[in-house]
Design a protein around this ligand. Structure first.
Ligand code: GLC
Length: 755
């Protein structure tokens, strides 16, 4: 494994570089400001922009004797061979060309240093980010590659499918965002080679580095502004998805839809894995297995169930196959270093790969996507094997399942462009779907910072084991801190056989995943939520229905992610950085107000939950807990509301239609100031939507709530629900039933008073 990356970066043989070649720039984008450090060795690279950062403008700055100042940015000092910013002190290093390793000879066009590095004392800070990684959330002590690779998420494996040279440093409540805006393979060594030193190396002739500061969430906001805000998903993307490798024919798809209906289980989309194609040819449908495709998709659309096909990048080499012939004619495919079509084996035994780094091939692909989706009524597209993964090259297994790094992508080598492959493919796919006038929905396996502009990410081929389920929690948190808010792991596990207990726990956890899809591999035991008999099915139904109750909250958080780049899942230290010592990787906040502590281990019926300082309310039982505290919580999904939180919920109805909820119920946790909001729109398309707000106060005796409804659509009812309180003595618009206080917000305001 890791054949191409199996080399030690020779930090000891590197030379310290003088910083006179380093250009310092202040940049600004829509109010976010950052310092940019750009080291180039060739004149042509000085105008370098991107690949991840887009649209940042130079911001006025002053430089005197190595001190750089710009309005709204902490000063940056450059001197004695070091750059100082916040608590960070960086030095720059390079490997002389004559020392270059085989991989770096690819960069042999005369640059003096083909490998560049930054070194910095790690200090007492904590380090997070770097996207999709196994092995927990904290990065200190580890070594992380950025090289997209078809590698399933198992502990100890690195790199995985997605590359993310984006690190977050947290010291006290001050965070720094560090973005290495280079697509060449890079390594982040955070105290692995030397316990006190951080080292970032990139196999590139230039080094482009952004630093920004603020609180942890401000830094995440800033990073997603620089690399692009997440696309607003259609509502149905947040519902429940059912996948399998494969529902291989019309009959199988119909059976699944029927079974969901018969068991009264919500279902938003059925996913079609590679067997829908004819001979693994992308953008085709097997006429034998899906003879009546159009009828099938219309019939399902009538029931509100969508179809999402897999589209891999490998295009089958076959005479007369339009996509291949036309693509070849238009020169869209990758060439080898002798300018010949690069052919390798993936699902189709002989395949070629579009070069998504160029606009022409992207336009070609966008058109294929548009046509395929339009003709067949597909609602979204699933991009897989887009690292890109290649299973065979020249009759042998290909190292790291990668294409030769010498392959040509326009002016670039595959070495430089590989990490961006999925990003380019997602951009093309997005354009194709957007041409249909709907909100595009794309799921991708691979990616690079910026991928959030187009796609959701799933964490690839996990297995049906409790460990894999537990691993998904820090993975999704890390993706969120790295700018990818919409992510999920295959619920139930992809490889191996799921047990009903595992599936049930995972379905409860999945009910909180930003992306909720059950998927399993060829030859494994079936694991649809009804696969284990009625006793289990009814418990799965509860979890799925809970997801649908939560949709107004999830959709509002999705909008917040779109507007501000904030992740849906947030680690507790985002709000309580002072409580770092008590931090646990198996708890998280959904938004700001709801703390989740899922049961992740086999046989576990009770778990310990750490509740940070403040008052918490058990979501289910309504009892109050004063934090900081260690609580013993019972399943199936321990949840706590933060004091003052008001979470919008609705009655579960499925499939989804619009993101306008005629019946809204805010679950309110008493606190001095109460705040909640809900975002509503069509749930689809591009028409504007509106935020409606709940505000209130509680002084220990009197609770007052006001709802400002800006949705402009008719309501059947808006309620606030407060658990764990005694019956009030007085009130307006109040109803008290079995320990639940309901306040009718239909007229806009309500209050309750206690003696
Ligand atoms: C890859 C994907 C998996 C898919 C399979 C067949 O392993 O990660 O989700 O089912 O390919 O397409």
């Amino acid at each position: 494994m890791n054949a191409l990356l199996n080399w030690d970066i020779p930090f000891d043989r590197m030379e310290r570089l003088d910083l006179s070649g380093m250009e310092v720039q202040a940049v600004e984008k829509e109010g976010v400001r950052a310092w940019r450090l750009l080291f180039t060795q060739r004149p042509r690279d000085r105008a370098k922009a991107g690949p991840a950062v887009q649209g940042a403008r130079p911001w006025p700055m002053e430089a005197t004797e190595g001190l750089y100042r710009a309005e709204g940015l902490p000063p940056l000092a450059l001197g004695e061979g070091r750059v100082r910013f916040g608590g960070l002190t960086l030095s720059l290093w390079g490997l002389p060309h004559l020392e270059a390793l085989p991989l770096l000879r690819l960069l042999s066009d005369g640059v003096p240093y083909p490998l560049l590095a930054l070194r910095f004392p790690l200090g007492a800070a904590h380090y997070y980010g770097l996207g999709e990684r196994t092995g927990g959330l904290a990065r200190r002590g580890g070594r992380f590659w950025n090289f997209t690779m078809d590698q399933p998420p198992r502990p100890g494996r690195d790199p995985l499918y997605l590359a993310s040279p984006l690190l977050v440093r947290l010291e006290g409540d001050e965070a720094l965002g560090l973005l290495l805006d280079e697509s060449h393979p890079s390594l982040f060594d955070l105290g692995h080679a030397h316990p006190a030193e951080g080292r970032v190396a990139v196999a590139s002739p230039h080094l482009d580095f952004y630093v920004l500061s603020g609180s942890l969430l401000e830094v995440v906001r800033g990073l997603t502004l620089l690399t692009g805000r997440p696309a607003m998903p259609p509502l149905w993307a947040l519902g429940y998805h059912q996948c399998r490798y494969s529902y291989a024919d019309s009959q199988a798809v119909r059976e699944v839809v029927e079974a969901f209906k018969a068991h009264d289980l919500p279902l938003e989309a059925v996913w079609l894995d590679i067997h829908h194609m004819e001979g693994y040819k992308v953008f085709t449908l097997s006429p034998h297995r899906f003879p009546d495709f159009r009828a099938l998709s219309e019939e399902l659309a009538g029931e509100g169930v969508r179809l999402v096909p897999i589209v891999d990048p490998g295009v089958k080499v076959e005479e007369g196959y339009r996509v291949f012939e036309e693509g070849k004619r238009r020169g869209v495919f990758l060439l080898d270093d002798r300018d010949e079509l690069l052919v390798g084996g993936v699902w189709p035994r002989r395949a070629v790969w579009p070069d998504f780094s160029r606009e022409g091939p992207r336009a070609f692909w966008a058109e294929e996507v548009r046509r395929f989706a339009e003709e067949n009524g597909f609602a979204g597209i699933w991009n897989d094997m887009n690292e890109p993964a290649v299973l065979e090259l020249g009759g042998a297994e290909s190292p790291d399942k990668a294409l030769p790094l010498t392959a040509r992508q326009g002016e670039k080598s595959h070495l430089e462009a590989r990490n961006l492959y999925a990003l380019g493919m997602a951009e093309a796919t997005y354009q194709g779907l957007a041409a249909l006038g709907r909100r595009p929905f794309i799921l991708t396996r691979s990616g690079f910072p910026g991928i959030q502009r187009y796609a959701f990410v799933w964490t690839g081929d996990n297995e049906s084991r409790h460990e894999d389920m537990a691993l998904s929690v820090p993975m999704l948190l890390s993706l969120g801190l790295s700018g990818v808010p919409f992510a999920g792991a295959d619920v139930g596990g992809f490889g191996q056989d799921a047990t009903p207990e595992l599936l049930l726990r995972w379905t409860w956890l999945g009910a909180l995943y930003p992306f909720f899809r059950n998927h399993s591999a060829l030859g494994t035991r079936r694991q649809e939520p009804y696969a284990f008999g009625e006793a289990w099915t009814s418990r799965m139904r509860e979890a799925l229905r809970f997801r649908y109750r939560l949709l107004p909250y999830l959709y509002s958080l999705a909008r917040e992610a779109h507007e501000e780049g904030l992740p849906l899942w947030r680690p507790l230290f985002a709000y309580w950085p002072g409580e770092m010592a008590a931090f646990r990787e198996d708890e998280f906040l959904l938004g700001e107000g709801l703390l989740a502590a899922p049961l992740l281990h086999q046989g576990e019926g009770v778990r310990e939950v750490y509740l940070p300082p403040g008052t918490w309310w058990d979501f289910w039982a309504g009892c109050r807990v004063a934090g900081p505290a260690l609580e013993q919580a019972l399943g199936p999904l321990p949840l706590y509301l933060k004091e003052g939180a008001a979470i919008p919920l609705t009655e579960p109805t499925y499939p989804t239609r619009t993101a306008r909820w005629p019946r809204l119920g805010f679950r309110v946790a008493l606190g001095p100031a109460i705040r909640g909001r809900v975002y509503e729109d069509e749930g689809e398309g591009f028409a504007p939507g509106a935020w409606s707000e709940l505000k209130g106060a509680f002084d220990g005796k009197r609770l007052v709530l006001a709802f400002e409804d800006r949705s402009g659509h008719p309501r059947e009812g808006v309620w606030a629900e407060v658990l764990g309180v005694a019956p009030p003595v007085k009130g307006q618009g109040v109803l008290y039933r079995e320990g639940r206080l309901l306040l009718d917000l239909g007229p806009g305001e309500a209050f309750a008073e206690w003696a």
